[in-house]
Design a protein around this ligand. Structure first.
Ligand code: PEP
Ligand code: MN
Length: 298
């Protein structure tokens, strides 16, 4: 007798046929689907680096960080205009003003923008400003939100729920796919498991990367910032994720120049631009190592 709602990987062809490798034709040979956001390609040989502040807190802060992450080699900008905060008394984000600032930072740097949308009623508004919609960990199973994100046709960055199984996560992706939107990138961001909270914010589940690749053709990236919650762990977690086959990283960055504002949101996990530069260098090195040997240049 099985328990209601208890599902395993064997149920995936039924739960998420549209994104299941096992169901789709020529599944065994199917490459990862490349999800394109502007000129950025998730699922290609080179892992993509998305970087930026946790939250858009002001125009000055966002432009400064955007310029710094561009100079460090990031290919996409992140930043929340709508923030899911534990306390309703904490800074909730700048809303539409934050979206405008992100658009300005994007135009100046040429970096496409990903930003979180928490409310199905705001999908259209956020989609007007952003190049990619982020569904946060807390909203992974907000089905009306997933449906609206699917309908928008915009690329979606779907974070893993902090206590979600792989089946639940891929089931959530299927809601987006069912609306005809296969522009989905999955993002592992750490799970609540022992010993989360003792020396790190969450437990980074690197094993899920090869497991995702086995079950679906959608690209998968890693958020080492929320997975660790500790700035000094972010570089190691990033490199490990890339070694483990992640198609990219999404990293929180704060500038540490004299006079740069300290972030109100997630300051202890933000790395500085110099550390981001080292992570990008690691990716350069890693990608070169894995590239097929080029014919001798003439
Ligand atoms: C974020 O990336 O800004 C965020 C809130 O992350 P998560 O949803 O993974 O907690
Ligand atoms: Mn954050």
């Amino acid at each position: 007798m099985s328990i209601a709602g208890n599902v395993g990987l064997g149920d995936l062809p039924r739960i998420c046929p549209l994104i299941s490798r096992r169901v789709q034709e020529s599944a065994d040979t199917m490459e990862t689907r490349v999800v394109q956001v502007g000129a950025v390609r998730f699922g290609d040989a080179r892992p993509v680096v998305i970087a930026g502040p946790c939250a858009v807190e002001s125009r000055e802060q966002t432009l400064e960080v955007a310029r710094a992450v561009k100079a460090a080699g990031a290919e996409m900008l992140r930043g929340g205009a709508y923030k899911p905060r534990t306390s309703p008394h904490d800074f909730q984000g700048l809303g539409v003003e934050g979206l405008r600032i992100l658009r300005e930072a994007s135009r100046e740097t040429g970096l496409p923008v990903v930003t979180e949308v928490m409310d199905p009623r705001l999908v259209e508004t956020v989609a007007e400003y952003a190049d990619m919609l982020q569904i946060g960990s807390r909203n992974m199973q907000n089905y009306p939100l997933l449906v609206e994100a699917g309908k928008s046709g915009k690329p979606v960055l779907l974070k893993r729920g902090m206590a979600a199984s792989l089946c639940e996560w891929l089931g959530a992706a299927e809601y987006v796919a069912k609306e005809g939107n296969l522009e989905i990138v999955l993002c592992e961001r750490g799970i609540k498991a022992f010993p989360a909270g003792e020396y790190s914010r969450n437990v980074l589940d690197l094993n899920v990367i090869p497991a995702v690749k086995e079950e679906t053709f959608l690209p998968v990236i890693v958020d080492p910032s929320h997975a660790t919650g500790v700035a000094s762990m972010v570089e190691g977690a990033s490199c490990a994720a890339v070694e483990y086959g992640s198609h990219g990283l999404i990293i929180e960055v704060a500038c540490d120049e004299e006079g740069s504002p300290r972030p109100k949101c997630d300051a202890v996990q933000a790395i500085n631009p110099a550390t981001l530069r080292r992570i990008v260098r690691f990716i350069d090195f890693h990608t070169d190592l894995r590239a097929p040997r080029r014919a001798h240049a003439v």
